[in-house]
Design a protein around this ligand. Structure first.
Ligand SMILES: [Zn+2]
Length: 373
């Protein structure tokens, strides 16, 4: 069972009910409306929803309530905040959450279910075999994010970060495939007769992996792009982290904090956008080079990267249109926080430049001609 606030609340309630004589009237006072909702107002919904993570616990409490002869009432007491509840010096207790079948039916009532609910239960019961490579990548992302940001995300948080709308749709798909290692690189070709040589990087002649392509390959591309990232990052922030493949996979999970401990959402978004867009571009450039045989110059790579980041900026500006995107859009505040400090001629821009045309990032190719002539 996943630990959660509601699980703890229900566990405490079950423990208390079991330690009070059944004939004694009990009033349950709680600052939250949750227990009253589960056992009084919406009891039918909770009692017949096996997909609820606390289903067995709820059933056990219902059995306990049925067994009682004394009156039990639930009251909401807003005078006490749960946040101020002392948790220190608590002694852990083990709790049997098997419902007593004398007082509660197992499972759910057939007439309470629906086709939709039963299908959901069947799908949930089906065990999906997990891929070894996916688990390994999840662990790499988790460890790197923990090393860099002192934050240890679980699998659900990592998957959710890959669906973040801060990242554009195609890049989200790309990162999802990276996590599952579905691209045809490296060891994939070991199983294809006569094409085993494609498993090696044509430039470095070492086994090709997504990590090698993104962070190690000596072919023109990754180094130029990461240097550009560091350059634009340093326009506003001093330290660019050392990149690892796990950090690239966990690019949607940065945690930057101010001196007072507040999350710096703009900085986090900028990091996510920068890393995700850059690694996707490195992959596209690699494919053009290896599969299409293109010779891509240093200047072209820099220009392509600047164009990619400008597209991300433009996308953010567009997403501030609340009338068009509603809750899927972004607030002007967060977009301003994300990009301010890294824009071209920023002093000449209005305070709210989210609706202005021609806003660009303030970085140029290293080979840009300067002066006249
Ligand atoms: Zn290489």
């Amino acid at each position: 069972m996943q630990p959660s606030f509601h699980t703890a609340l229900l566990g405490g309630l079950l423990y208390s009910l079991r330690n009070v004589p059944n004939c004694v009237p009990v009033t349950i006072l709680c600052p939250s409306t949750f227990p009253r909702s589960v056992f009084v107002t919406n009891r039918n919904d909770h009692e017949n929803n096996p997909l609820d993570p606390n289903f067995r616990l709820i059933k056990s409490i219902i059995a306990q309530l049925q067994e009682r002869s004394g009156r039990t009432s639930f009251k909401v007491d807003k005078s006490k905040s749960l946040q101020n509840t002392h948790t220190a010096n608590c002694t852990p207790v083990s709790l049997d959450i098997q419902p007593d079948l004398m007082f509660c039916s197992p499972g759910i009532l057939l007439n309470r279910g629906s086709q939709r609910l039963f299908t959901k239960i069947i799908v949930k019961l089906k065990r999906h075999s997990s891929r070894k490579s996916t688990n390994s990548n999840l662990d790499r992302a988790r460890c790197c994010v923990n090393d860099e940001f002192d934050f240890y995300p679980n699998d659900g948080t990592i998957w959710k970060s890959l669906r973040s709308t801060d990242i554009n749709r195609l890049t989200r798909n790309f990162l999802w495939k990276c996590m599952h290692e579905t691209f045809h690189v490296g060891t994939f070709w070991d199983k294809v007769p006569h094409l085993e040589h494609l498993g090696n990087c044509p430039t470095c002649t070492v086994p090709d992996t997504m990590e090698h392509i993104a962070l190690e390959c000596s072919a023109p591309g990754q180094r130029i792009i990461w240097n550009s990232c560091e350059k634009i990052w340093n326009l506003r922030y001093p330290l660019w982290p050392k990149l690892h493949w796990g950090l690239v996979l966990g690019c949607g999970l940065p945690r930057f904090r101010s001196n007072k401990g507040h999350r710096l959402r703009g900085k986090e978004r900028f990091f996510t956008i920068l890393l995700s867009a850059s690694v996707h571009l490195i992959w596209k450039l690699r494919n053009e080079r290896v599969l299409e045989g293109k010779n891509i110059t240093h200047t072209e790579i820099e220009n392509r990267w600047i164009s990619t980041i400008n597209s991300a900026l433009k996308r953010d500006q567009t997403l501030t249109n609340k009338a068009k995107f509603g809750s899927l859009g972004k607030t002007k505040q967060i977009v301003l926080e994300t990009w301010s400090g890294v824009l071209q001629n920023e002093d000449a821009l209005p305070d709210d430049w989210t609706q202005s045309k021609g806003v660009l990032v303030g970085i140029w190719p290293t080979t840009r001609r300067s002066g006249v002539g």
